[in-house]
Write a protein that binds this ligand. Structure first.
Ligand SMILES: [Zn+2]
Length: 286
């Protein structure tokens, strides 16, 4: 039975998301979106290492454990740990948005160019097809954002790659920090059966509300069909913003948050989605 599992690792602040796809024959493929680890504080790397060990994968004897690694955009809370992740586990493909030059990109592209841990790398946008035979992954993958040849030179959040993963009737959309002002263009590309959507920008106000206080992606979704997940940043950024929490609950959306639910795993065989998490009791300081 083909299966898809998306784990939003609770990294405290930032994003690191492991994606696993299996085909009917049990062939497992792995993808990774972002990593905020830094030298003195690693969360995602030991998580992935322990996961591979638990499933009996010979990850040290495998040159490219990830089929693909995606950097949504060049901010530290998404990018800082990717070089070490690729160096440790290896990847066949490394994808990133076309973006303004920065030290972050410089370090990652230099690594991708020099190291045999990365076989192939390219900038991606909504016109790129991520499918076999080039990419072996057992679910549909479509990039919804950014547009072809579009770069926001002022706000790197808006270069965030938005990725839709589809298996059967289920679609999970991962959004990076793409702010609400872009969403009128993105919503038309959302599959009608969007099952889970990651609240953009960790629940920050500008992830939900556009400059006129409109809520373009939320208006497009029906709480009976779509649930939400959030890689919250309570410390130090105060994400999700109280206005976002209020709006989501007023509209009766069910949402899961890493600060309350710890590592979140969305699993599906293509019909419904099961959410795996550990409830974290107690309150974090705000
Ligand atoms: Zn972020």
């Amino acid at each position: 039975m083909a299966e898809l599992a998306v784990t939003i690792i609770d990294v405290g602040w930032g994003d690191s998301i492991m994606v696993e796809s299996r085909d009917d024959a049990g062939d497992r493929r792995f993808g990774l979106i972002d990593c905020n680890d830094y030298e003195r504080q690693r969360t995602a790397l030991p998580f992935v290492k322990r996961y591979f060990e638990r499933i009996g994968r010979d990850w040290q004897g495998t040159a490219h454990n990830f089929e693909w690694v995606l950097l949504t955009h060049g901010h530290a809370d998404h990018a800082r740990g990717l070089k070490e992740m690729m160096n440790t586990f290896g990847t066949t493909h490394f994808w990133y948005p076309k973006s303004v030059a920065s030290t972050t990109y410089g370090v990652l592209l230099d690594f991708a160019n020099r190291s045999n841990r990365v076989l192939h790398h390219q900038a991606v946008d909504e016109t790129k097809i991520l499918a076999a035979p080039e990419v072996t992954f057992h679910c549909g993958m479509r990039i919804l954002w950014p547009n072809f040849d579009q770069i926001d030179t002022e706000n790197e959040n808006n270069n965030s790659v938005v990725l839709a993963l589809t298996l059967g009737q289920v679609t999970i959309v991962l959004t990076g920090d793409a702010e609400a002002e872009n969403w009128p263009q993105i919503v038309g590309r959302l599959p009608s059966h969007t099952t889970y959507l990651q609240v953009p920008h960790h629940g920050g106000r500008n992830g939900l509300f556009d400059p006129n206080d409109g809520t373009p992606w939320l208006d497009h979704l029906n709480p009976r069909h779509t649930r939400l997940v959030m890689s919250s940043h309570v410390v130090p950024h105060g994400h999700p913003h109280p206005d976002v929490v209020t709006e989501l609950s007023n509209r009766r959306f069910v949402s899961y948050r890493t600060d309350r639910n710890y590592h979140l795993t969305l699993s599906s065989a293509g019909d419904k989605v099961t959410v795996g998490y550990t409830h974290v009791s107690g309150r974090l300081p705000r």
